[in-house]
Design a protein around this ligand. Structure first.
Ligand SMILES: Cc1ncc(C[n+]2csc(CCOP(=O)(O)OP(=O)(O)O)c2C)c(N)n1
Ligand SMILES: [Mg+2]
Length: 285
């Protein structure tokens, strides 16, 4: 796939993805909004600039693997995949409908390019570590990218994967965490405090990079740095604003698991269109 290298083009792509995922959520009339909006910049950087794959040949054996662990944010995965050319954008309107390939939590069997089934939190880091170990055994240069959330750090299985990846020196594994400080019913630090997360991962022998999850250039730099790390897996701790781009959704956990109404969609699209103009005029870097 042709990579997008121009930062402005990438920012516009993330803006498009935000608009399209909101439309899909309204068509479904259910689903998760805050996480997908927050992670649109990360997904754009990863799919359009960094990762190695070919949507025309989704089963290409030498592709990188992109594992979504926090499956409930799949609207951003599906919308990014559609923009990348894995399937037609019109199909996004089938999100969560009966018989769709775009299940409310991802189901691997039917959608080419989707690497793993998810929804039950806490499995992705272990799944991704297994894939990374397989690549090491095969002596191939492929990279495994795992998207995880902060809420998933409260799941025991996450830490088994973290321990295993360090023990096996899986430097071909990068985990990118949606550190948005919200979970289903509140702030992570009120419900089950997670900080200091960077120190925790470092003490498990991981390389940790902390990055602004909305700075396209910094995201791409961190992802590329992690590809060249030796001996250790990398955690990219992405500081993310849940609901990013829509003023009345930002930083409010109530948007964890509900879609906008049609009126709310209209207001959100006005804001995102205004943001688009600012990006075009180089006012948003
Ligand atoms: C094992 C498991 N337990 C509980 C849930 C229900 N659940 C779905 S999302 C979620 C919140 C997780 O926090 P996070 O991933 O940080 O959510 P976000 O930032 O997207 O609001 C919970 C508890 C689940 N999907 N899987
Ligand atoms: Mg969260």
């Amino acid at each position: 796939m042709e990579r997008l290298t121009d930062l402005k083009t990438l920012r516009l792509k993330a803006n498009d993805i935000r608009m399209d995922l909101l439309k899909a959520l309204v068509a479904a009339n259910s689903g998760h909004t805050a996480g997908p909006l927050g992670m649109a910049d990360v997904f754009t950087a990863l799919f359009f600039n960094v990762a190695n794959f070919n949507p025309a040949e989704p089963h290409w054996p030498e592709r990188d693997r992109i594992v979504l662990s926090n499956g409930h944010i799949c609207p951003v995965l599906y919308t990014t995949m559609a923009h990348a050319g894995f399937f037609p954008k019109e199909e996004l309107m089938t999100l969560r409908k009966l018989g769709t390939r775009l299940q409310g939590h991802p189901h691997r069997e039917t959608l080419p390019g989707l690497e793993n089934t998810s929804g039950p939190l806490g499995s992705g880091t272990s799944q991704a570590a297994g894939m990374a170990l397989a690549f090491k055994m095969d002596k191939t240069n492929q990279h495994v990218w795992c998207l995880t959330s902060d809420g998933e750090q409260q799941e025991g299985n996450t830490w088994e994967g973290v321990m295993f990846a360090a023990a096996k020196h899986l430097d071909n594994l990068t985990v990118i965490m949606d550190r948005n400080y919200i979970q289903i019913d509140g702030n992570t630090e009120d419900i089950m405090p997670l900080d200091p997360l960077a120190d925790k991962y470092r003490s498990f022998n991981w390389n940790v990079l902390e990055v602004d999850g909305h700075n396209m250039e910094a995201l791409i730099d961190a992802m590329n740095q992690s590809k060249h790390m030796h001996d250790k897996p990398t955690l990219i701790l992405a500081d993310v604003v849940p609901g990013k781009g829509v003023s009345f959704m930002q930083n409010d956990y109530v948007w964890h698991g509900k879609p906008p109404t049609k009126d709310e969609l209209a207001k959100a699209l006005v804001e995102l269109t205004a943001e688009r103009t600012l990006i075009e005029q180089d006012h948003i870097q």
